[in-house]
Design a protein around this ligand. Structure first.
Ligand code: IPE
Ligand code: IPE
Ligand code: MG
Length: 247
């Protein structure tokens, strides 16, 4: 990550009302590339810069947790060439950026079925998590081969195994207990979800965790997303009245 100059919080944002966890569905890379007359992979490459900019914003403005959807369990159904490119992109990004992120105090971790990723990528992931494990400035969580339904089913399997073994009573399964087995254990639920490219769906992302998350959709394609777009998402967030079912 290139060292960029610190940018102060825009004046129309209230520092005490910033979201403490932002989740992002980085969508529209393929359409961006198509609009430019380029192959889809060019959009993915360009999307990396948008991610870097959002990471920098979170650091500058003091947003402590950022979770980004990089690859879904459904994305394997894309052409092999695109899938392979993405895996190599994740690999090279980690190789290039981890040291700089570490210097900036960023902790990077991953959620998803990491065991079925290419082994070189798995190694980069393990290294990145290990090197940055104690960093405090920003927690960047990358959802890679992540699918929320799969995650929920895994929790059900584990809990039912405990019940079958007599280690847990089914009546003892509460929402709090259930959450202890999600990959997001100990991470607060996202306050704000941003989705780019005009789509208005969750696409199997953090379904449990986003029960009360504020959703912000923008027409902007991910490679065009930048600091100003993120700012606008935060302005929208601060205008919301989060009721959580109350009045
Ligand atoms: C999001 O952009 C990136 C990934 C899903 C990996 P897309 O590749 O989905 O771009 P569009 O939606 O086809 O434009
Ligand atoms: C969601 O985008 C997954 C990621 C951004 C990684 P998709 O492009 O895969 O979602 P759909 O297919 O439009 O729902
Ligand atoms: Mg898409």
């Amino acid at each position: 990550m290139t060292a960029k100059q610190f940018t102060a919080l825009p004046q129309d944002l209230q520092p005490q009302r910033l979201p403490q966890h932002v989740a992002v569905i980085m969508d529209g890379n393929g359409r961006w590339a198509k609009n430019q007359g380029l192959p889809r992979i060019a959009g993915h490459r360009q999307g990396v810069d948008s991610l870097k900019e959002v990471v920098q914003c979170c650091q500058d403005w003091g947003i402590p947790i950022l979770t980004v959807y990089a690859f879904s369990t459904e994305n394997w159904q894309r052409p092999l060439e695109e899938v392979n490119f993405l895996m190599l992109l994740f690999e090279s990004m980690l190789r290039q950026e981890v040291e700089q992120m570490h210097r900036q105090g960023i902790r990077i971790s991953f959620i998803g079925e990491l065991g079925s990723l290419p082994s070189v990528l798995q190694m980069e992931i393990a290294q990145a998590m290990q090197i940055t494990a104690n960093n405090q400035a920003l927690h960047l969580i990358v959802a890679l081969n992540y699918g929320s339904r799969h995650e929920i089913v895994q929790v059900c399997r584990q809990l039912s195994q405990f019940v079958a073994n007599g280690e847990l009573q089914s009546e003892a399964i509460t929402e709090d207990v259930f959450e202890q087995y999600l990959s997001t254990v100990n991470i607060r639920n996202p306050d704000l979800l941003i989705r780019s490219s005009g789509e208005m769906r969750l696409s199997n992302f953090l379904l449990w965790q986003m029960a009360y998350t504020e959703i912000y959709c923008t027409e902007m394609l991910w490679p065009d997303f930048n600091r100003e777009a993120f700012h606008q998402a935060l302005v929208s967030f601060q205008s919301r009245d989060r009721r959580f079912g109350k009045i």
